[in-house]
Design a protein around this ligand. Structure first.
Ligand code: HEM
Length: 419
């Protein structure tokens, strides 16, 4: 599943030394110094996003409802291109988005297919399919041209010094790193994976905020009160210990990621030695076998999380659950996985979500628009049936073709400035 010959990235590399070198190079851009330097990109893009979404208002001051699935993807890409490489993709305004996202959607389906049937790709069918797609799917050709110019811009911007947190990956691929890192193909693979996957995850996390808080007014009011007590509308929100230590904000982020884990699928690991056992029945795993668990299923397991379908951030606030139940929930909550192949940017994801959630609630009120009824969820729409479990009727329904979450539309949200 690598895009170019030898185009391994931190995520796809198997060789342990190569993985260590790639991960180390990538992580060198994810330290506090880099994050602080490039953090303004997050607010810069958020301000553009909200200005665009609220420019048309109804007489009562609320915006028309916007389809957050689409807009959050545009925001995610623009933010991660700016934060990652210091370049502008401008998808909040540019019609290029109309061929970029459909092509990426097909790509995800392709990856899902190879994940299930790796032999297809090993036989070289992957390359054939890629060539055929370029011929039969006009959007794919336009995407390929756009992608090339995106990469060229990223390289040009980061050749002599970093303009974003993924700058060290570019310098490593150009042979300028002091420690072993990427070759050119690996630089391309890493650069694309880092921007595309984190953009997607960011967009999902923001859609989850709109969806779940619109369904759960008590959580909305509690988080809004906390954040509005800390910041004034229009004030720049920065990542500092005050924001990082807000317990309820972190509880909401956790609860969104529990019900809507961006990397929802099974992340397979190969068993390397004997003596490994999994599950409550301690089933022995043979060396060479792949082992994995669905993050989606784990996050909704009623044996671990009480009322698993209910959006209940309080479960993450110390003192709400008895100690043993709280400890189990914390141990089993792994949206970023654990171990040496866990997410290399989990702290960055939490930082971006914290700034975004705080900026949103301090500066805007939001609620579902009438279009929400058409997609179901919240007591109406196609396929509606009375809920059996608490929270079942308030789910954000998504699908997954690969190991990440995806869906077509929604939530549909109206916004109103708080001042
Ligand atoms: C809510 C946001 C995010 C979630 C839920 C998430 C989740 C994950 C998960 C579950 C994995 C393991 C995948 C596997 O092994 O199959 C992973 C890997 C990875 N993630 Fe994230 N991620 C997020 C954001 C980010 C961000 C912002 C970055 C970069 C700044 C990033 C960089 C990476 C990298 C480089 C890997 C590969 C790590 C390795 O194999 O050593 N992720 N992520």
């Amino acid at each position: 599943m690598i895009p170019l010959d030898d185009g391994w990235s931190t995520m796809t590399s198997i060789d342990k030394t190569l993985h260590k070198n790639l991960r180390q190079t990538l992580r060198s851009g994810l330290g506090n110094d880099y994050l602080k330097r490039f953090e303004p990109a997050i607010l810069r893009q958020l301000k553009k996003y909200y200005a665009e979404l609220t420019k048309d208002k109804k007489p009562d001051g609320w915006s028309n409802a916007v389809n957050m699935r689409k807009w959050n993807l545009y925001l995610g890409f623009d933010t991660m291109s700016d934060f990652g490489f210091g370049i502008s993709t401008n998808l909040l305004f540019d019609s290029a988005r109309d061929f970029i996202f459909p092509t990426l959607h097909v790509h995800e389906k392709k990856m899902g297919l190879y994940e299930q049937l790796p032999t297809l790709n090993k036989l070289g069918i992957g390359k054939v399919i890629a060539k055929v797609l370029l011929k039969v799917f006009p959007q794919a050709k336009r995407f390929a041209e756009w992608y090339e110019s995106f990469l060229n811009k990223a390289v040009a911007a980061n050749t002599t010094e970093s303009r974003g947190i993924f700058g060290p990956v570019i310098q490593s691929g150009l042979g300028q790193a002091k420690t072993p890192g990427h070759n050119k193909a690996q630089m391309i693979a890493e650069g694309s994976f880092s921007v595309f996957s984190s953009a997607d995850a960011y967009s999902i996390t923001l859609s989850g905020l709109f969806h779940y808080l619109s369904h759960y007014p008590e959580a909305y009011e509690r988080l809004a009160a906390e954040l509005r007590g800390m910041y004034k509308p229009g004030e720049d929100i920065v990542w500092d210990s005050r924001l990082e230590s807000n317990v309820y904000l972190r509880a909401v982020i956790n609860e969104v990621m529990r019900l809507l884990p961006p990397a929802c699928g099974v992340h397979w690991r190969e068993c390397e030695k004997s003596g490994v056992f999994v599950g409550p029945n301690r089933v022995a795993v043979t060396p060479g076998s792949d082992v994995g668990v669905s993050v989606f299923a784990l996050c909704r397991d009623g044996r671990i999380f009480r009322d698993p379908l209910r959006f209940w951030p309080e479960r993450w606030v110390p003192g709400t659950l008895v100690e043993e139940e709280f400890a189990t929930a914390r141990k089993m909550f792994v949206p970023f996985l654990i171990g040496p192949r866990n997410c290399a940017g989990s702290h960055v994801a939490v930082m971006i979500a914290s700034i975004t959630y705080a900026y949103t609630l301090v500066n805007y009120d939001f609620r579902f628009g009438p279009e929400q009824q058409k997609i179901g969820g919240g007591g109406g729409g196609p396929g509606y049936r009375s809920p059996v479990e608490e929270g079942e009727d308030k789910e954000l329904k998504f699908e997954s073709h690969y190991s990440i979450a995806g869906w077509d539309n929604g939530p549909f949200i109206e916004l109103k400035a708080t001042q």
